[in-house]
Write a protein that binds this ligand. Sequence first.
Ligand SMILES: O=c1ccn([C@H]2C[C@H](O)[C@@H](CO)O2)c(=O)[nH]1
Ligand SMILES: [Zn+2]
Length: 136
Amino acid sequence: MLEEQTVKKLIKCALEQRKFSYAPYSNFCVGAALLAENGTVYTGCNIENGAYSPSNCAERTAFFKAVSEGVKEFRAICIVGAPKDETPNEFCPPCGVCRQVMLEFCGSDFLIVLAADQEKYQIFTLEELVPMGFHL
Ligand SMILES: O=c1ccn([C@H]2C[C@H](O)[C@@H](CO)O2)c(=O)[nH]1
Ligand SMILES: [Zn+2]
């Protein structure tokens, strides 16, 4: 369970982070806010590249920032995404690669908050987004 004030904080962080998105090729800007078990929020944006494949999603940017600082236990992530000059209106579910990264570090009760704004959001468990996920 996430307290409503925590959800609101994560949505605010993800919306703010979305402004730093570097997406000159897709013009689709994504922001993420990852809540660690220790209470720290790690933010991330998508970062594209002219060679395309080196591009990184907002979610993985947030995970890799946290893991690179020694933090590997997480409670939830909030994701917001929309075309560059638009206000988010629809949900932006994580891509398959990011879902696999979530599986690496998170349990099935990890929460994914898909949000458009402070009022419009929906919360899913990792188990719901990745049934029968692959683990080594
Ligand atoms: O959940 C998502 C979906 C897409 N993107 C990025 C990847 C790419 O830069 C752009 C368009 O796919 O959006 C994310 O960061 N997270
Ligand atoms: Zn992704």
